[in-house]
Design a protein around this ligand. Structure first.
Ligand SMILES: [Zn+2]
Length: 440
């Protein structure tokens, strides 16, 4: 079973040929120098080495009524697939909970829109929002009303009373604005009803917290959250529907293993994974989304509650050690930042952090493109640059295999094409008049 939902970017797509760039197609093989990519109706109709002159012209305008493609010269540039951030929260700014709570609902929505746009401009053409965002943002992007990545949504991340997503202080007051769907599950009946409500509300993925967390006030990453039997029940429920992937927030070793044994498709964070957990992950083919942009980032203690700062320092050190061990053991890695816990729009810093913790630059690019598409079950349409897939791509003027850190700066991502539609062209390589902007 696969998710039927994949938003088309409802914008105009030009018939274009991108000529002469070095191509990194997302499959992990050697780059192709002097490449050519032809895009028509939003999809890739040719990708590979630049064909001989005669062959090219034979492809140009050979259908009745077809217009000749516009050729864009990209010598000296590098083209990669549009990146996929498997873990964001467009609606969240958790570093200052009090300020977030004081905002008007309308301001939170506007901020989500800005966060989505900045994420796209950083080179992320598809994202998975693992909690706090409802269908309005996703559908507005799909309809072309605003610019942002294609989104898969979890809507509300699930945990038991007192668990990671029970945002209630000991005095009963909330620490966060309410989630779109009540995220608390304590009984089998709660599990079934909540999964059905999430599916009704348009969830593309189910997020479940099998451990406590760093940002929650009354638990720790070592605490067990949703138990293994409930994870299994959730996987059973989704299997009866569209087969929505189940993603587990899991940080301490026991909750990580409960998530894998229960059948989740991905472990999010996974900071404290032990050797048994790594074995289980390899055996089950579970993806791990290490969220290093958040894990390795120690916030200013002035901006966050004391409990959060202390847990962050401790678990950041654990993550640095254990994520590197798991990556070196060869678990499937899909990149995700947990943006919202770290700043939005700096998503490709995750590439740099993955290399810092043992991946090669090429492995990190594959983790942020092909592997993430596989995790989201969107491989038929996105993740690699291959004929038939949607033309989601980014263009830079440096070699990311020689310097992956250059990707971390969003201004270095000069051009972004999403579904064949040019959404960013800050260097004017495509002819800036061609940029379509839903925001005018
Ligand atoms: Zn998260």
């Amino acid at each position: 079973m696969s998710i039927a939902y994949l938003p088309a970017t409802n914008r105009e797509s030009e018939h274009i040929i991108l000529r002469g760039a070095t191509l990194i197609d997302g499959n992990g093989g050697d780059p192709i120098t002097d490449s050519e990519i032809e895009v028509r109706d939003g999809r890739i109709v040719y990708v590979g080495s630049r064909p001989d002159e005669g062959t090219t012209s034979a492809r140009e305008g050979n259908d009745a009524g077809d217009t000749s493609p516009r050729v864009i010269q990209l010598q000296g540039k590098t083209i990669m697939p549009g990146f996929i951030d498997s873990h964001v929260h467009f609606g969240l700014t958790v570093e200052n909970p009090a300020a977030n709570l004081a905002r008007f609902a309308s301001e939170r929505i506007v901020r989500s829109v800005v966060n989505a746009r900045n994420t796209l401009m950083a080179g992320v053409t598809t994202a998975r929002d693992l909690g706090g965002t409802d269908r309005g943002i996703r559908d507005s992007i799909e309809q072309g009303l605003i610019l942002g990545p294609r989104i898969h949504l979890a809507i509300s991340p699930l945990s038991p009373t007192g668990g990671h997503t029970d945002f209630t202080m000991p005095n009963g007051m909330p620490t966060m604005p309410p989630m779109p769907v009540d995220p608390i599950i304590d009984t089998d009946d709660d599990v079934r009803r909540t999964i059905r409500t999430l599916v009704r509300s348009g969830a593309d993925v189910i997020k479940v917290c099998t451990t406590g967390g760093v940002s929650s006030p009354t638990d720790t990453p070592d605490d067990i959250g949703v138990p293994e039997e409930h994870v299994r029940l959730i996987v059973e429920e989704t299997a009866k529907r569209a087969g929505q992937p189940v993603a587990a927030h899991a940080q301490g070793p026991e909750g990580i293993k409960a998530a894998i044994r229960g059948g989740v498709r991905s472990v999010e964070h996974g900071y404290g994974i032990d050797d048994e957990g790594i074995e289980l992950m390899l055996e089950h083919g579970t993806f791990r989304v290490p969220t290093l942009s958040s894990a390795l980032r120690i916030p200013d203690p002035k901006n966050v509650p004391g409990y959060l700062y202390e847990k962050k320092v401790k678990w950041s050190a654990i993550a640095r050690e254990r994520v590197a061990v798991a990556m070196a053991a060869g678990v499937k890695v899909a990149l995700g930042t947990d943006a919202g816990v770290c700043p939005h729009g700096l998503n490709l810093r995750e590439e740099m952090h993955a290399v810092e913790l043992s991946l090669t630059p090429m492995q990190a690019i594959v983790a942020g493109t092909k592997n993430a598409a596989e995790l989201l079950r969107l491989s038929a349409d996105v993740g690699t640059l291959e004929e038939g897939k949607l033309a989601d791509l980014v263009v830079v003027d440096f070699d990311p295999l020689a310097d992956i850190t250059a990707l971390a700066e969003p201004d270095n991502v000069k051009a972004v094409v999403q579904g064949g539609s040019l959404v960013k062209d800050s260097a004017g390589w495509f002819g800036s008049a061609a940029v379509t902007s839903a925001l005018g």
